[in-house]
Design a protein around this ligand. Structure first.
Ligand SMILES: [Zn+2]
Length: 424
């Protein structure tokens, strides 16, 4: 889960924001209690903090126990099971950076896809219309995800519910996508968002929590002073935060995914739009193709690709579903060639090639497992290069259409050239 937080009052805040708003902030701060944790709670917190740091989270602030889990980076609610999954998936190679737009390793898959979103009927008309505005904001971007309001909570992909707490927390979401589905529920603090409130940041806060639910992290997650007015301890940029290509290297002003609200509305900036359309492009899937699902096992240090959902589904046997690598034909079409699939148990490595001469019917410990799918050896309309990498230390072959993940090599991986061309 993810939690969105009020900006903590600081000198610059006091100077720049409305007097009434600041009064509310100060009151909220003064009323928040800090109970002293017991020794065993301390131990739990430091143990969980270590795991989060391993997964690339900064726990120097905005980290606390909440109900049956933990609030991380202010407004992400994670149970310990979810944190364990994040540690596992963080072992995948990925690009990292700072102060840019970020996404997690977990995304909603199966696009184009319509998500049903429910908001508790207990919220008044102002919040209901803010909810509609937040969905419209996403739908205006023509993404691979379409957001649709539903009144049927049981059928909802994301539910927006309430909680009450006298604190700086405006709301939070239920972590990151799991099994290719968005996180749910989002919970909004009725201390701020109740039937009489008309806060200007309501639409932004709803859009922000939906952003977490579909896999976005805080734009300024490594330098929260940018929006929060304090903090900004620069931890080691983690692999759980993947920089989105095309977004800037400077802190992204007014982004909807800044960690702290300043009480104003923040519609998508052009940089936000780049992030959204890069992560969830409107996909025109070529007729007759199937999704090639990408998985990674941190324990086996192995990337695995298959068009057969039945093999690992939403992930199993230590393999985490990372999304759709490409779309590909499962029967041969004009101009396409087979992509041969091999596996070495000794190396814990799946290997894919269009060149039969590399391993033929199998050698060097690799067993031939059959034709994975069909691809192209030169670029045809609608296809993109699938870059091939190899890590000798991990004995892992890795394939991606996203040059920004490893570029000319990194994280122990050597670039081996274009493996083939497929539909991105
Ligand atoms: Zn947040």
């Amino acid at each position: 889960m993810n939690v969105f937080r009020r900006r903590t009052p600081g000198r610059s805040t006091l100077l720049s924001c409305l007097f009434i708003l600041c009064m509310a902030l100060i009151i909220a701060s003064c009323e928040s209690d800090k109970l002293s944790p017991t020794a065993s709670e301390d131990e739990d917190l430091s143990r969980v903090a270590s795991k989060l740091q391993e997964a690339g989270f900064d726990t120097s602030e905005g980290f606390r126990k909440f109900e049956d889990g933990y609030l991380v980076e202010y407004d992400m609610f994670l149970t310990e099971d979810m944190i364990d999954d994040l540690v596992e998936s963080s072992k995948a190679p990925s690009a990292s950076g700072r102060e840019e737009h970020y996404r997690t390793n977990q995304l909603v898959i199966g696009t184009p896809r319509t998500l049903q979103i429910y908001m508790d009927a207990g919220f008044g008309s102002y919040m209901q219309s803010s909810f509609d505005a937040a969905l419209a904001r996403y739908n205006a971007q023509n993404l691979g995800l379409t957001f649709q309001r539903t009144t049927n909570s049981a059928a909802a992909d994301i539910s927006i519910l309430s909680f009450y707490e006298v604190s700086n927390t405006l709301g939070f979401s239920a972590g990151f996508p799991t099994n290719g589905n968005p996180a749910s529920p989002i919970r909004l603090n009725t201390y701020y968002y109740n039937n009489t409130s008309t806060r200007a940041d309501a639409t932004t806060v709803i859009a922000h929590e939906i952003g977490h639910a579909i896999g976005f992290r805080h734009t300024d997650y490594m330098n929260r002073a940018f929006s929060c007015g304090s903090g900004g301890n620069e931890g080691d940029a983690g692999v759980g935060a993947n920089h989105i290509p095309g977004t800037p290297t400077a802190p992204s002003a007014n982004s909807w995914m800044l960690a702290c609200s300043n009480g104003t509305d923040r519609p998508f900036t052009s940089e936000d739009v780049t992030a959204l359309t890069t992560v969830y492009p409107s996909r025109n899937i070529p007729a007759g193709t199937s999704a090639v699902y990408r998985y990674y096992s941190g324990s086996a240090r192995d990337h695995f690709y298959t068009t057969n959902w039945g093999e690992l589904g939403a992930g199993k046997d230590g393999y985490v579903l990372e999304g759709i690598a490409i779309f590909a034909n499962t029967t041969q079409v004009a101009g396409s060639v087979p992509v041969y699939r091999y596996y070495s148990g000794n190396a814990s490595d799946h290997f894919y090639t269009t060149s039969w001469s590399e391993l033929g019917a199998g050698k060097d410990g690799y067993t031939y497992e059959g034709i994975a799918f069909y691809a192209f050896t030169s670029q045809v309309s609608g296809t993109a290069p699938v870059y091939r990498y190899y890590s000798g230390s991990d004995s892992d072959h890795f394939y991606t259409t996203n040059w920004a993940e490893l570029g000319s090599g990194g994280s122990g991986y050597t670039y081996e050239g274009v493996g083939f061309y497929g539909y991105p």
